[in-house]
Design a protein around this ligand. Structure first.
Ligand code: S3P
Length: 182
């Protein structure tokens, strides 16, 4: 599955992070961007800026369909950046085939993985959980279900897989950058 950055198929080989909620895409992505001296883009942030409200508010007010449409625009905008960037994608961005195509075409895609119980531990409480409307029904059960439902989409888009389960953030950053070839 692994390929080198030279095969990324674009003049703008972004480093793209995908994976379920709690995988560490934003935290790790930000640190990778710092190490690479590149801009960091988070598709949830792009959606929130465009909508003028939080993801949770957008879900509540306009529904998941509207969020996903805005997320597709955000992925398109992020991939269109003429400057190579580090792009953290919302956990469900890979569900749409257009997004998978765009991400694969313009970037080197790393799938951050961890067991559902670990993910739930990271995001299943307090503000983190409140910000993620899909977790309202119970983090572990939901993340197990999403892991099963989305595995093939992550698999299809990923150039490399990095396990984050029992690694610190700096260790994950090292592993991602090694896969990326930096
Ligand atoms: C979602 C993940 C969230 C956010 C939204 C939906 C998902 O982003 O995009 O709540 O469908 O998995 P993070 O993965 O950054 O938490």
């Amino acid at each position: 599955m692994t390929r080198s950055i030279d095969d990324a198929g674009s003049d703008t080989p972004h480093l793209v992070l995908v994976g379920l909620m709690g995988a560490g895409k934003t935290t790790v992505g930000y640190q990778c961007a710092k190490r690479l001296s590149r801009p960091f883009v988070d598709t949830d942030d792009l959606v929130q800026t465009a909508a003028g409200m939080t993801v949770a508010e957008l879900f509540a007010l306009s529904g998941e369909g509207r969020f996903r449409a805005m997320e597709r625009e955000a992925v398109g905008d992020a991939c269109a950046s003429p400057v190579p960037a580090v792009i953290a994608c919302g956990g469900g961005a890979v569900l749409h085939a257009d997004n998978r195509r765009q991400l694969k075409r313009s970037g080197f895609v790393v799938w951050l993985q961890a067991p559902p119980e670990v993910l739930a531990d990271r995001v299943g409480r307090g503000a983190d959980r409140a910000e993620r409307p899909l977790l309202a029904g119970g983090p572990v059960t939901t993340l197990e279900r999403l892991a099963a439902a989305r595995a093939s989409a992550y698999e299809a888009v990923a150039d490399a897989v990095v396990d984050t389960g029992d690694r610190s953030v700096p260790e994950v950053v090292d592993a991602v950058l090694e896969e990326y070839g930096s």
